[in-house]
Design a protein around this ligand. Sequence first.
Ligand code: NAG
Ligand code: NAG
Length: 468
Amino acid sequence: MGTLVKPALLLLLWQSVGALNVPLEGEPIQPPTIIKQSLKEHIVDPKGTMVIECEAKGNPHPIFSWRRNGKYFNVARDSQVSMRRRSGTLDIYARNNPEKYEAEYQCIASNEYGSAYSHKIILQLYSKFGTPVWPREIVEPVVVSAGLPLVLSCDPPPGPPKPETYWMSSSFPTMQPVRQDRRVSMGVNGDLYFSNVLFNDSAADYCCNARFPFKNVIQQKMPVVVKLHPFNPKSLSLPSSPFGAAPTWLSPTGSSSSMLVLQGEELLLECIAAGMPTPHISWTKDGEDLQVTSRMKVKNFNKMIQIPKASFEDAGDYTCTATNKIGYTEHTITVRVKAAPFWLEKPTNLILAPEENGRLVCRADGAPRPTISWFINGEPIETATAQPNRQVSGETLIFRGVTTENTAVYQCNASNQYGYLLANAFINVLHATPRILGPRNEFFKVTEGSRTFFDCQYFGSPVPELRW
Ligand SMILES: *[C@@H]1O[C@H](CO)[C@@H](O)[C@H](O)[C@H]1NC(C)=O
Ligand SMILES: *[C@@H]1O[C@H](CO)[C@@H](O)[C@H](O)[C@H]1NC(C)=O
């Protein structure tokens, strides 16, 4: 294959000397490489222009196409969508029907040497804040006897994004955040839990608030009034009362539950009990006192264990015990840790000369172990035209004695039920006779006694041997 190099490209070409597997702008021939893409979970504001990014380089410059929900997406025929010039990035402006665009997108960048694929971009819209998130209903007061437990539900809108919730109450002259303590606190689900109700909890408006990190919007639920039954001399809450109530669970319920967490994600273990007097919560893991390491935080008056980034060692049986002077109760949460695929070795672009050998390696791990599948220009390797010099060996794609026929973009998809990783890498089979780049017959003036460098810029595929 002959390659014509324009003078303007020479400087860039020169940088690849000795590191021919580094893809460069201005390579005479270069299959596409995706250089920018939106996140797999792409949440956008439906009120503005919804942008889905996809950019790629290559020579010739790639052309772009899209798939939506697995089918060809004809961008040109949709008047609400436009594709930016020399890029695959889509601008969607849909004032009246943004929901129509909630879908899975995939960008394909192609030139005559191959096709690179983006991962699948799932477009979701931010919750619509224009309408109330909670119905404007009349909420009946909650009437409860002192000493009994109480749960006020919040039911925040699910998002996306997940809102931050907090409780306010008007038992004071003004609305104030509800004071959290061992007896009263908010759970992970946003509900407000009272292990037991005291007289001074009453006559207050309790109001759950949801703050959306996006645009800092706050939504308020209709307040609920908590009233206590009239004074009862046998009330459990009187300090002199001989009565009390043994602990029982408010959240979770029953004696056991299980949780599954992905490695690197947040693990929240929560145990909230009812009881009079207010129960104490303690934790064990696999039968031994829980070792609180620097990776975890004990929160919410011992009612919650937070592990911001779970790892495999966090799997096990966590038992929380609620105790007061009347009795105790236990709950065991069995935690299993799984992992979405993560890279051990990602395939890298290769520039090879004819007859050279090469390999693309796609090594990933996860729990369960990911399976690897290979594609050529997006087509499954099993159905692609067979090439006798190409062989799949698990996580490696082996090429022996390459020819220009092997020039393509190869994809590998490492997946398990918790996710996938997609990598693109090209094989670029180039034959470029060795040449000296840079100016010829350069004239150097040197000062006697000083150091001098003679730079020799050269290029070739295979990498030429250099002699002075
Ligand atoms: C990778 O493979 C998984 C499992 O088959 C699939 O769900 C996912 O969509 C694939 N990803 C891409 C980008 O094709
Ligand atoms: C209610 O009474 C309890 C016990 O007497 C006290 O600890 C708590 O601070 C009081 N709460 C309020 C909001 O006044």
